[in-house]
Design a protein around this ligand. Structure first.
Ligand SMILES: [Cu+2]
Length: 167
């Protein structure tokens, strides 16, 4: 659809104010089409067609605590590397990407600024590995609720999934 419009724009042989008007109209249409394509999940978002989040799950805070942890599997079957640069968890004041490390026989965890998922690769956020920490969760959440998890990519796009509650 967009291509059709662009060729229409290219093929217009109008001159003077009419050409100017067509150009303005075309750029307006182009922006409109971009927005429509994003909204309908095609166009730019097509890059993410082969990206899937599976088994998104959240362990809610223990009584008296406010930190939750989220696990999920990200399948990147696209031809481009994905770089996750941030994360949001519904009901949490803020969330971080974390990694568990074994150091001097100790299990440590630390926040990491970004996580890369290679083209054609998969990354499991799981106990003892990468995970998502959600801080200051709103109390009183229902056990049967789901929580939206958003992964922000360096490309500007966001992946979302519904995490189910685990014990
Ligand atoms: Cu952690």
């Amino acid at each position: 659809m967009k291509e059709g419009m662009m060729s229409y724009c290219r093929h217009s042989l109008l001159t003077g104010w009419k050409a100017g008007l067509v150009m303005i109209l075309c750029s307006f249409l182009s922006v409109f089409v971009d927005a429509a394509e994003l909204a309908s999940g095609s166009g730019k978002a097509q890059v993410l067609e082969n990206v899937h989040i599976e088994e998104a799950r959240i362990r809610l805070p223990l009584p008296g605590q406010s930190t939750a942890v989220v696990y999920l599997t990200l399948l990147n079957l696209s031809s481009q590397e994905l770089v996750i640069k941030g994360v949001k968890v519904e009901g949490a004041q803020f969330a971080e990407l974390h990694q568990h490390l074994h150091r001097d026989g100790m299990m440590q965890m630390r926040a990491v600024p970004q996580v890369d998922v290679s083209a054609g690769g998969a990354l499991e956020f799981k106990p003892g590995g990468y995970h998502i920490m959600a801080f200051r969760m709103q109390p009183g959440a229902a056990e049967d609720a789901t929580y939206q998890v958003s992964l922000m990519l360096t490309s500007g796009l966001t992946l979302t999934a519904q995490a189910t509650v685990i014990r």
